[in-house]
Ligand binder design. Structure first.
Ligand SMILES: Cc1cc2nc3c(=O)[nH]c(=O)nc-3n(C[C@H](O)[C@H](O)[C@H](O)COP(=O)(O)OP(=O)(O)OC[C@H]3O[C@@H](n4cnc5c(N)ncnc54)[C@H](O)[C@@H]3O)c2cc1C
Length: 279
């Protein structure tokens, strides 16, 4: 074990102060379900660790049509957020009870695919992330947060403090496909949100996980839907577009080829569910 110092800040200000003082030598830990096994196995060898559990980031506040969720809110707590049923379903699909009791919504945003089962729902809901450092804060769409596999726009000294989820309009669907029915890594996860106006798709969000370097939006598939009725033909076009634009990988669970194939199947199923069509 390499850890020489452990900090447990009692506020966000204290946490960002510690981060400014120690820089990258300080590992930020929320629930620790990803970070702790890596330390125990010697894969990650930080000299200093900062636990965020008591930094005041565990809350769910609703105001002006937005749900503000503190970054260390656990996935079990997310199960109780009735204003966001898509997010509840997503949390229900992430890990087991023990993982959900420890794992946080913030940590899920940083989780490498195929983890990220909650982040993918946040993308479909147009969530924003609040990044805070000693010198200020900024709010940006989650869709602009990711830059690659385990890379993002977080600057040195910044923490993810809060996730803001608008009370987004529309009907939603969430499907996770893995090798087992539950407690399983995703082959593909699809989160969809569609706003219909006069029978036509006014707005579409299709987010995918397990088929790219990070949870991603299938923007060409979204564009294929907008302006059309939600019919088998428009859904087939969206499913095909999603399958073409994703960027899957091969791992011990599934091949790149199979993941891509399943994107088409699960985008179709999610949209059929929203349209009330029989698959
Ligand atoms: C057995 C098992 C099963 C799992 N199953 C699933 C699953 O089905 N679906 C799924 O999506 N995930 C799964 N996971 C992964 C993980 O448990 C979850 O993604 C969880 O939400 C991670 O949150 P955490 O708080 O534990 O992250 P941590 O381990 O605390 O942190 C993960 C990373 O994020 C960084 N980080 C965390 N919070 C912040 C913050 N606020 N600011 C800056 N950086 C931060 C840390 O530095 C670290 O690098 C599983 C993990 C295990 C061990």
């Amino acid at each position: 074990m390499s850890v020489k110092e452990y900090f447990l800040p009692q506020s966000l200000t204290e946490a960002t102060g510690l981060l400014a003082k120690h820089g990258p030598s300080l590992l930020v830990m929320a629930g620790g379900t990803i970070a702790m096994p890596l330390i125990n196995e010697g894969v990650s060898m930080p000299e200093r660790v900062m636990g965020l559990r008591q930094a005041g980031l565990n809350y769910v506040n609703r105001s002006n049509g937005t749900v503000a969720i503190g970054a260390t809110t656990t996935l079990t707590q997310i199960l109780g957020v009735e204003a966001l049923p898509l997010l509840q379903t997503a949390a229900d699909n992430a890990g087991s009870w023990s993982i959900r009791n420890m794992g946080t919504i913030g940590g899920n945003i940083f989780a490498p695919p195929p983890a990220g089962d909650v982040a993918v729902a946040l993308l479909a809901l147009d969530a924003q992330v609040k990044l805070v450092s000693q010198s200020g804060e900024r709010l940006l769409p989650l869709a602009d947060f990711y830059t690659g596999f385990m890379t993002n726009v977080l600057e040195p000294g910044e923490l993810l403090a809060e996730i803001q989820v608008p009370a987004a309009a529309g009907q939603t669907a969430y499907l996770k496909y893995g090798r087992k029915h539950a407690v399983t890594p995703a082959i593909v996860t699809a989160a969809a949100r569609v706003v219909l106006d006069g029978g036509q798709v006014k707005e579409a969000r299709l987010a995918l996980n397990g088929v790219g370097p990070h949870p991603l939006r299938a923007k060409q598939a979204e564009a294929a839907l907008v302006g059309s009725a939600l019919t088998p033909d428009s859904i087939a076009a969206a499913a095909q577009a999603a399958s073409a634009e994703c960027d899957p990988f091969t791992d011990a669970i599934a091949s790149e080829w199979y993941r891509r194939k399943m994107v088409g199947v699960y985008v179709k199923r999610a949209l059929y569910q929203i349209a009330g069509l029989e698959v």
